[in-house]
Design a protein around this ligand. Structure first.
Ligand SMILES: N[C@@H](CCC(=O)N[C@@H](CS)C(=O)NCC(=O)O)C(=O)O
Length: 238
């Protein structure tokens, strides 16, 4: 059994991708449980964890990571746990706290990205809320995308990294944010990215990291699609 077991929906990048990127970049032995063949894999494997297979604390939703007897949920919390183990965060407390703070801000942003195509409710189809999504998208493009993108640009240190002098899980997550925005809102992002040169540079730097480059080329990297968080609906891109 692999040391790191990730429980996340098999068909999408979603929030699981922030964890996959950290595990891939570190080159550790991990298994994406729901994507494995066999009876003990797939969605039932996730449902069992949500139903308490590993006891308490009970996770509310994937991603969920199991490492030995430790089972942890919440993307930012998982990365806070993984950071020191994978050497993806500096050792000092101030830096670890800064990384967690940034990751939680990314989580806020991800929730807003999701709500662009699901402004009325997660349990409804996009097709049931298209009119509202269009209005929400207009707001998002004009205000929130701009505000968050400028913030992400500004948080980068003179080193070019979000925290400290080298790559952290926050840098990997910012890479994923840029990837997602470029996919979901190509027009809006093309305009916006001109104003965020440091973010663009960081994105390229992460993309060129050998393990990340290999991962992106591999079948392990699920393509963006209209089931995940970053969805491309041209009508929402202005
Ligand atoms: N705050 C949590 C959110 C987790 C979450 O919403 N997971 C989604 C998939 S990306 C899910 O399966 N949600 C099920 C639900 O909300 O009922 C995190 O950052 O991990």
């Amino acid at each position: 059994m692999a040391k790191y077991e990730l429980f996340y929906w098999a068909e999408i990048q979603g929030r699981g991708e922030f964890i996959r990127l950290a595990l891939e970049d570190a080159g550790v032995d991990y298994v994406d449980v729901a994507r494995m063949p066999g009876k003990s894999a797939g969605t039932p494997a996730i449902i069992k964890v949500l139903d308490g297979k590993f006891g308490r604390p009970l996770p509310f939703a994937p991603p969920i990571l199991k490492v030995g007897k430790i089972v942890v949920a919440q993307t930012a919390c998982i990365l806070h746990f993984l950071g020191p183990r994978l050497k993806l965060v500096p050792k000092d407390e101030k830096s670890r706290l800064a990384a967690l703070q940034h990751q939680l801000t990314i989580a806020d942003f991800i929730a807003e990205v999701h709500d662009v195509h699901h402004p009325l409710g997660v349990d409804l189809y996009y097709e049931d809320q298209k009119r509202e999504a269009k209005a929400r998208a207009k707001q998002f493009r004009a205000n929130r995308l701009t505000k968050f993108a400028h913030y992400f640009e500004d948080l980068l240190e003179p080193t070019g990294h979000a925290v400290g002098r080298s790559v952290t899980y926050v840098d990997l997550s910012l890479f994923q944010v840029v990837e997602g925005l470029a996919y979901a809102f190509p027009r809006a992002w093309k305009r916006m990215s001109k104003k965020t040169p440091h973010l663009r540079k960081l994105h390229q730097k992460i993309k060129d990291r050998p393990r990340i480059a290999a991962y992106l080329e591999s079948p392990r990297r699920i393509s963006f699609n209209e089931m995940g968080i970053f969805r491309h609906y041209p009508e929402l891109d202005g």
